[in-house]
Design a binder for this molecule. Structure first.
Ligand code: NDP
Length: 247
C-alpha cells in the first residue's frame, strides 16, 4: 500500500527512542518536526540525519508540560510543515524514589511531563485530525505502567494514566479514521537507563526473559508500523516491546 508523505511531530526526539523513531520515519519520506526541550544541538544533529535520509523537517523547542509552549510549538509546525497528521507523544522523564521519600514536586513534574504533556499535545492536534478525517496518535508509555515498579510510583502512575487516556481518546475519534495506540517499552539502552548502577541493571536483567535491554532501533519499527495506512484497524491497543518482561 503506497504511503503518503505526512506531517509528523515527535516529542522528545533529540535523543533515545524519539530519535530512533524520527530516523525510521525519515526513511518513509515524511516531513518531521523534532521536538526537544534542552538539547538543541542533539536535535540539530537528528535533523541533519533526517535530511541525509532524503526527508525534510524542522526542530522545535517546547517543554511539553507547559501549555503555552505546546501551543506555540504546534503553531510553528503547522506554519512550516502543515497540519500534524501523525503525533508521537514520546517525551518523558523519571524522578525515582521510594514513596516514603518522594517529594510532591517529584510526583508533579513526572505527571506533568509524561501524562499532562501527552494530554496537551493530543488535545491540540486532534481537531485538525478530525477535520482531515485521518490521524495517528502513538503514545510511548512503559512496561512499568502495566506491572508497577519499586521507586517509580510517580512514573508508573503517569504511564498507566497514558494507557486509559489512550483507550478513551481512541473510542472518541474511532469513526474519523484516527487511531490512538500505546507502545510500552521495557528497559531500553538510552540516557534514562545508562544511569542505573550495575547492581540495579543485574536485578532488572533477572526480570527479562530475553536477558538483555532493548535498543531504540527495536522500538522504532513498530512505532513506524502504527503510523501506516495498513495499521488502520488497530486502535486503543497497548503493544509491549519488552523482551518478555511483562509476560
Ligand atoms: P531520553 O532520556 O533518552 O530522552 C528523553 C527525550 O525527551 C529527550 O529528547 C528530551 O529532550 C525529551 N524531554 C524530556 N522532558 C521534556 C519536556 N518536558 N518537554 C519536551 N521534551 C522533553 O529518553 P528515552 O528515549 O529513554 O525515553 C523516551 C520515552 O520512552 C519516554 O517517554 C520514556 O518514559 C519511555 N520509556 C523509556 C524506557 C527506557 O528504558 N529508556 C523504557 C520505557 C519507556 P531534551 O534532551 O532536549 O531535553
Amino acid at each position: 500500500m503506497e504511503e503518503l508523505s505526512r506531517v509528523v511531530l515527535i516529542t522528545g526526539a533529540s535523543r533515545g527512542i524519539g530519535r530512533a523513531i524520527a530516523l525510521r520515519l525519515a526513511e518513509q519520506g515524511h516531513r518531521i518536526a523534532v521536538n526537544y526541550n534542552s538539547h538543541k544541538e542533539d536535535a540539530e544533529k537528528v535533523l541533519e540525519e533526517i535530511n541525509k535520509l532524503g526527508a525534510s523537517g524542522i526542530i522545535v523547542k517546547a517543554n511539553v508540560s507547559v501549555l503555552d509552549e505546546v501551543q506555540e510549538m504546534i503553531k510553528t509546525v503547522e506554519n512550516s510543515l502543515g497540519n500534524i497528521e501523525i503525533l508521537y507523544n514520546n517525551a518523558g522523564i523519571i524522578s525515582d524514589s521510594l514513596l516514603m521519600r518522594m517529594k510532591p514536586e517529584d510526583f508533579d513534574k513526572v505527571i506533568d511531563t509524561n501524562l499532562k504533556g501527552t494530554f496537551y499535545c493530543t488535545k491540540l492536534c486532534i481537531n485538525n485530525m478530525i477535520k482531515n478525517r485521518w490521524g495517528r496518535v502513538i503514545n510511548i508509555s512503559s512496561v512499568v505502567g502495566i506491572r508497577g515498579n519499586i521507586g517509580q510510583s510517580n512514573y508508573s502512575a503517569s504511564k498507566a494514566g497514558i494507557h486509559s487516556f489512550t483507550k478513551s481518546v481512541a473510542k472518541e475519534v474511532a469513526t474519523r479514521n484516527i487511531t490512538v495506540n500505546v507502545i510500552a517499552p521495557g528497559y531500553v539502552s538510552t540516557a534514562t537507563t545508562n544511569v542505573l548502577s550495575e547492581k540495579v541493571k543485574k536485578e532488572v536483567m533477572s526480570w527479562i526473559p530475553m536477558q538483555r535491554f532493548g535498543e531504540p532501533e527495536e522500538i522504532a519499527p513498530i512505532a513506524a508500523f502504527l503510523s501506516r495506512e495498513e495499521a488502520r484497524y488497530i486502535t486503543g491497543e497497548i503493544i509491549r516491546v519488552d523482551g518478555g518482561m511483562a509476560i
